[in-house]
Write a protein that binds this ligand. Structure first.
Ligand SMILES: [Zn+2]
Length: 285
């Protein structure tokens, strides 16, 4: 079954001969619930692309946002991958155990003057009318603390200072993507007010540490990619190639996630083939 899909994938995305053998890909779910069809599609696509290149496929648990993580969900996802025949080529990395690496990267950026302390509350940023442009539900940071925090205020979060350059990359599925970080993302958080490392920083540090050459994931993360590329450049890290697969939506057009009550996959031995076929249908039509 997987072999047949591998041929299909390789026809659609011919492997780069230069990457044969050196390719490193990864699947990085957030353990906020059991594996659902949306995450299976991302897992399968990243697996097929790695294997089409005769490369390595790694699994990482993006479990930094502890309040959102569900105890045991990570282990359950790993068991599901095993049941599906998707075997990781290496030890599973858990982001919750990698604080020291994120701290090192943050200190490097801080010493370079690339970050600044921010005293703003969520409410203050939402109420700001300086830059009313909104992207999704996120309000663009108005730059209040860029040149220092106001007297009497205490730092809450630390933000990455973005510049005026337009970030562009060529996505292997979606084509050329451009984003003006200053107007479309703004100075983004690296260390949150609750002391948690931001997703953007952790992903960049971990992908580089694992030598990831190719990121294959759901298109819901495509808006994050320019921020990640900006961070890679600031840290002197290589930028991987990107492929964002269309997200799986429910009947209401919402992305499948725990919030939209995506059904857990039925991974009884008799149901595995059907699950993989459904995921393949999403990828290949
Ligand atoms: Zn601020």
């Amino acid at each position: 079954m997987l072999d047949e899909l591998l041929d299909k994938w390789a026809l659609r995305f011919p492997p780069d001969p230069a990457l044969k053998g050196s390719y490193v890909g990864r699947f990085a779910p957030s353990p906020t619930g059991p594996l659902h069809m949306g995450s299976l599609v991302a897992a399968l696509a990243s697996y097929l692309d790695a294997k089409a290149h005769q490369g390595r496929w790694l699994v990482r648990m993006d479990d930094l946002d502890q309040p959102r993580c569900v105890p045991g969900a990570g282990e359950a996802i790993l068991a599901s991958l095993t049941a599906l025949g998707l075997r990781a080529d290496g030890e599973v990395v858990w982001q919750s155990r990698r604080h020291a690496a994120y701290r090192d990267a943050f200190e490097k950026l801080r010493k370079a003057g690339a970050v600044f302390a921010c005293a703003c509350t969520r409410r203050e940023i939402a109420d700001s009318r300086l830059h009313p442009a909104e992207r999704g539900r996120e309000t663009i940071y108005p730059g209040t603390c860029r040149n220092g925090i106001a007297p009497g205020r205490a730092p809450r979060a630390w933000r990455m200072r973005v510049d005026q350059t337009v970030t562009r990359f060529n996505d292997r599925w979606q084509g050329e993507i451009t984003q003006d970080l200053a107007s479309e993302a703004g100075d983004f958080v690296l260390l949150r007010a609750d002391g948690q490392w931001a997703y953007q920083l952790a992903v960049v540090v971990d992908d580089a540490a694992a030598g990831v050459t190719d990121v294959v994931r759901g298109a819901d993360l495509i808006d994050s990619t320019p921020r990640q590329i900006f961070l890679q450049r600031a840290l002197g890290l290589p930028t991987p190639r990107y492929l964002h697969v269309p997200v799986v939506t429910n009947a209401h057009g919402e992305k499948l996630s725990k919030q939209t009550e995506a059904a857990p996959l039925d991974l009884a031995p008799s149901a595995i083939k059907v699950a993989i076929q459904q995921a393949a249908k999403h990828l290949f039509g």
